[in-house]
Design a protein around this ligand. Structure first.
Ligand code: F0G
Length: 367
């Protein structure tokens, strides 16, 4: 029988703070592919999988949280929502606000968000303001607006966002049949590492619902490995960074909102949060597109960069199951694919409208 994925709220309703009366705002998010990464598996001797979150409706994992946040906004009777963003949250908020019939305002750091994300927010009719400051400054303003003005905050400081995003962990376990040994992901504002850890913990123990107790689904929880960009690595420094800097604009964040919960995820799981350089991020970005067939945006490659780096240091165990969340689609920020390793631009070869010349250019000989 035909079955269409119904979005994360309906698929996981009994594990989310919704009731039968809740009006669900959804664009069909979640149900993203868990792709076996052949070359990373060969490299490490472990089974490595990619949770490809670029396949969500607006092209990033943010949609999992936004369906919950926008549903909560409607439930609260909000007329308008606001968020600060490095780009993906604003794209997602703008789309889901449209689906909910709400006004949406987004605050982004001037000049530091990719064209793809900017165009999404505009296309969906959000009011977009470019703030003369970084993401952390934008979030400060968004929080103050949420407190003192009639707008509903949909950043991940809103617990509804974390609730929605925890479904990423549920899907991984549902696909593999158990939790992986290691879960790797990029860390920026630290909502996602918080959400995955919450999801893995909830799936590994009996879970109380309004209609009774659900049994544990997994037998264990993974070790959480988070990776930050070296120029924006407050967890590695142990304190906020006032001038974060990286080409991976998605994770250009110096003062993560979910600080304590990310540290808890790291420590309770026996994991780590480390840094990778921009060059390592771009090398991983190329690895994913050229060796695995998966196109992501640079920030999304930070987890893969981390795994490759840990492997080079002899610190990745073999014979394990490893899942890496690749968080956003490559088309969000495609310019990086058009750059060669030495930094020059890729120039497509031009040919005349003629099959013999095209065949010669391709190195083909006639049968
Ligand atoms: N990867 C991508 C593609 C992101 O857009 C973000 C965060 C992260 C990773 C980090 O996730 O913040 O939960 O630790 N982007 C936010 C935004 C900040 O505004 O779109 P996190």
């Amino acid at each position: 029988m035909a079955h269409q994925w119904r979005g994360v709220i309906r698929e996981y309703a009994e594990r989310l703070p919704v009731t039968e009366a809740t009006k669900v705002i959804t664009l069909g998010e979640g149900g993203t592919p868990l792709v076996h990464a052949q070359k990373l598996s060969e490299l490490t001797g472990s089974e490595v999988y990619l949770k490809v979150e670029g396949m969500n409706p607006t092209g990033s994992f943010k949609d999992r949280g936004m369906t919950m946040a926008m549903t909560a906004a409607v439930e609260a009777g909000a007329k308008a929502v606001v968020c600060a963003s490095t780009g993906n949250t604003s794209a997602s908020a703008a789309a889901y606000a449209t689906a909910a019939g709400l006004k949406c305002a987004v605050l982004v750091p001037e000049g530091k968000i990719s064209m793809g994300k900017l165009s999404q927010a505009i296309a969906h009719g959000a009011t977009l303001l470019q703030v003369d400051g970084n993401f952390d400054n934008c979030l400060d303003i968004a929080r103050k607006l949420g407190e003192a003005y009639p707008v509903f905050l949909v950043n991940s400081v809103n617990p509804a966002r974390i609730q929605g995003q925890k479904t990423g962990a549920f899907e991984v376990v549902d696909s593999l049949g158990d939790a992986p040994d290691i879960h790797v992901l990029p860390v920026g504002n630290a909502g996602n590492i918080t959400a995955y850890w919450k999801g893995y913990k909830e799936y590994s123990a009996p879970f109380e619902t309004a209609n009774g107790t659900l049994p544990a689904v997994s037998t264990k929880t993974p070790v959480m490995w988070g990776f930050q960009a070296a120029g924006a690595a407050p967890f590695v420094a142990g304190h906020p960074i006032t001038e974060p800097d990286t080409i991976a604009t998605a994770i250009r964040i110096g003062n993560p909102a979910s600080w304590e919960t990310a540290v808890a995820a790291r420590d309770e799981s026996g994991g780590l949060i480390e840094a990778v350089t921009d060059d390592e991020i771009l090398a991983a970005h190329r690895w994913l597109s050229a060796k695995e067939g998966v196109f992501v945006e640079p920030g999304s490659a930070a987890g893969v960069a981390g795994l490759i780096k840990k492997h080079a240091a002899g610190e990745v165990p073999s014979g394990k199951t490893i899942v890496i969340t690749v968080t956003g689609h490559g088309l969000k920020d495609p310019q990086w694919a058009l750059r060669t390793e030495d930094g020059s631009d890729v120039q497509p070869v031009k040919v005349p409208n003629d099959v013999v010349t095209v065949a010669a250019e391709l190195g083909l000989e006639e049968n």
